[in-house]
Write a protein that binds this ligand. Structure first.
Ligand SMILES: [Cu+2]
Length: 116
């Protein structure tokens, strides 16, 4: 009977992984890497409720700063503040639309998140 324990545990892991990877099964987490003075990917289509994790891989600090105040939104303008190397920030998409952002230190660094 002991030999059955390992396949059972493995199938549980596989089932959990399948649920997590499926579409329409709940909020997902997306990664945006900051590397070489750029956001990658620079454009990202996600679902409302999803989380985007930005991680700075550069030696120099960066920010993830929303481009406008968006007065029609309930939430405040998103601004990570300074992110040193290895630091990350999380953006949770609470409504559909288009969120454009840039780096306050390097304004040529831009990106967009499109929650649907
Ligand atoms: Cu920067």
């Amino acid at each position: 009977m002991r030999s059955l324990a390992i396949p059972s545990a493995l199938s549980l892991v596989l089932a959990f992984g399948a649920v997590g990877a499926g579409r329409g099964t709940g909020p997902r987490t997306h990664a945006v890497e900051i590397r070489g003075l750029a956001f990658a990917p620079a454009a990202l289509d996600i679902a409302v409720g999803d989380t985007v994790v930005f991680t700075n891989h550069d030696l120099v600090p960066h920010t993830v700063t929303e481009s406008d105040e968006a007065p029609d939104r309930a939430r405040e303008r998103f601004d990570s503040g300074s992110l040193s190397r290895g630091a990350e920030t999380r953006f949770i998409a609470d409504e559909p639309g288009e969120v454009t952002f840039f780096c306050a230190y390097h304004p040529s660094m831009t990106g967009v998140i499109r929650p649907r």
